[in-house]
Design a protein around this ligand. Structure first.
Ligand code: SF4
Ligand code: SF4
Length: 63
């Protein structure tokens, strides 16, 4: 099975809530949004669950 990574879209307001939730430390603060290291992400959805603006998306859902 191939796991697709989550991607944080442009809705991100850089609140930082997702970063400590990631079990594999895949999230870090980027220039204009937080970013997910796709090589580490196990697509658990924890970041999406805490995000106030629904910015982390499964790769298949990215608009
Ligand atoms: Fe981390 Fe899970 Fe979000 Fe991937 S989906 S970045 S593993 S919290
Ligand atoms: Fe951005 Fe959502 Fe993470 Fe906050 S929780 S930093 S808005 S992706």
């Amino acid at each position: 099975m191939i796991l697709v990574a989550y991607i944080i879209n442009g809705n991100c307001i850089r609140c930082g809530a997702c970063e400590p939730q990631c079990p594999v430390d895949a999230i870090s603060a980027g220039e204009d949004r937080y970013v997910i290291n796709e090589d580490l992400c196990i697509s658990c959805g924890a970041c999406a669950a805490v995000c106030p603006v629904n910015a982390p998306k499964d790769e298949d859902q990215v608009d």
